[in-house]
Design a protein around this ligand. Structure first.
Ligand code: ADP
Length: 455
């Protein structure tokens, strides 16, 4: 179904990114916002901005009724959910379509299936995508049965919530004696945070890399993969730096994995943009989850493929065909992304407030996705991401060099930022060599604390 007007049901840099994509397609954009974002500069770039509620997300960005009301009031025909908030809420996608509007994303049943990580893993196993070993389905209530599953999986293991996300709802268990308590705590957390007490367990991998495959599918059966990203630099299971392509991976194996992901998309009737996440250890890939939305780190893939993923995502939602096929996708150079957060660089403590000074870096190969301007407020209610700096170069060396120059140039005053952490990462010899594991950054930071560096 074609449409002329898109309601942007998100905030900050991703709302701005969607507004820009709409403009490039000649579409009208209407952005909703909370009272806490009322003064934000990016709102002026949309064709219309509408305040839908107070600062707390539950009373604004997370309220499906308010967003549908705004769509109705403004005559929007489609809704782009961005990432986070309602982007992976199957009930919301359903309500949007019931209201006769287009949800820019996959169908509600596909979102529902992939949102339940137990079901997602089962679907992937059926499509021949390799998964992390662990329980086949949900953990039973009976502790002895759980202990037997844990024994069969082997320690250390990780207990995870079926409905988990954002790095929450998981717990590492190193020995049998700790299993009962870990299950109890994770179940309580899952019930409270995700409204779904179901748990599963997986082998805890000690030295994996996080590798993910970007896919893009239209509604005419085309399913393509746009290369991979390496998102191993993480803190508290949250990505800090991402890059593409992943350094030193066997290209033939990546291509085989990409083809499997594309085939899985055809099998489940996937549409739009999505990401398959894998852990890679000892030469093996193992699926952990699929994100049925645009991701924060999509720009590194845009840089190396030259494809505007947001624009394509909106085009395929209109029912248009992808304008290229798998053979047209060529990887050019290397790209890195640093997530700039308003938080203390090393403690990670959020630092909301007013940005008094803002100077964005530039130059060859530098892209900055940010909704900041001098005087911008960083409200305390939301995620602390304030900018993404993306550096593209002919190879990894050049993108690293460009990123270093950019990080030296960026000026942000008024709130604390994690730029100091990014500088430490860029100077880290292990990171510069590539191939660091998902545990590397935490260990590096722990080392910093026990040496003079941290003093
Ligand atoms: P979320 O939906 O919260 O992002 P994921 O399942 O994608 O949860 O896991 C997030 C991160 O947690 C991974 O990138 C990885 O760092 C870590 N992790 C998840 N599963 C495992 C595992 N089986 N072994 C080791 N680390 C894991």
């Amino acid at each position: 179904m074609t449409f002329r007007t898109v309601l942007v049901a998100n905030r900050g840099e991703i709302a701005l990114r969607v507004i820009r994509a709409c403009r490039s397609l000649g579409l009208r954009s209407i952005v909703v916002h909370s009272a806490a974002d009322a003064g934000a500069a990016y709102l002026a770039l949309a064709d219309e901005a509408l305040c839908i509620g107070p600062g707390p997300a539950a009373a604004s960005y997370l309220d499906p009724g308010l967003i549908l009301l705004a769509a109705n009031a403004t005559g929007a025909e489609a809704i782009h959910p961005g990432y986070g908030f309602l982007s992976e809420n199957a009930g919301f996608a359903e309500a949007v379509e019931r209201a006769g509007l287009v949800f820019i994303g996959p169908t509600a049943p596909v979102i529902r299936m992939m949102g339940d990580k137990i079901e997602a893993k089962a679907a992937m196993r059926r499509s021949g995508v390799p998964c992390v070993p662990g329980s086949e389905g949900a953990l039973p209530e009976d502790h002895a049965a759980c202990a037997a599953i844990a024994e069969a999986t082997g320690y250390p293991l990780i207990v995870k919530a079926a409905g988990g996300g954002g790095g929450r709802g998981m717990r590492v268990v190193r020995e049998p004696a700790a299993l009962r308590e870990a299950i109890k705590m994770t179940r309580e957390e899952a019930r409270r945070a995700f409204g779904n007490p179901e748990l599963y367990l997986e082998k805890f991998l000690e030295h994996p890399r996080h590798i993910e495959i970007q896919v893009l599918c239209d509604q005419h059966g085309a399913a393509l993969w746009l290369g991979e990203r390496d998102c191993s630099l993480q803190r508290r299971h949250q990505k800090v730096v991402e890059e593409a392509p992943a350094p030193g991976l066997p290209r033939a194996e990546i291509a085989a994995l990409g083809e499997r992901c594309a085939a899985a998309c055809r099998a489940i009737g996937y549409r739009g943009a999505g990401t398959f996440e894998f852990l890679y250890e000892d030469g093996l890939f193992a699926f952990i989850e699929m994100n049925t939305r645009i991701q924060v780190e999509h720009p590194v893939t845009e840089a190396i493929t030259g494809i505007d993923i947001l624009r394509e995502q909106i085009r395929v939602a209109m029912g248009e065909r992808l304008a290229f096929d798998q053979d047209d996708i060529a990887i050019q150079g290397h790209a890195l992304e640093c997530r700039i957060n308003a938080e203390d660089a090393f403690s990670g403590l959020p630092s909301p407030g007013r940005v008094t000074e803002w100077h964005a870096p530039g130059g060859p190969g530098i892209r900055v996705d940010s909704h900041m301007a001098p005087g911008s407020e960083v409200p305390p209610h939301y995620d602390s991401l304030i900018a993404k700096v993306i550096a593209h170069g002919k190879d990894r060396e050049e993108s690293l060099r460009r990123m270093s120059t950019a990080l030296n140039e960026i000026r942000i005053e008024g709130v604390a930022t994690n730029i100091g952490l990014h500088r430490l990462i860029l100077d880290d010899p292990d990171f510069r060599r590539g191939k660091t594991t998902i545990h590397h950054l935490e260990r590096r930071l722990a080392h910093r604390l026990t040496t003079e560096e941290g003093a």
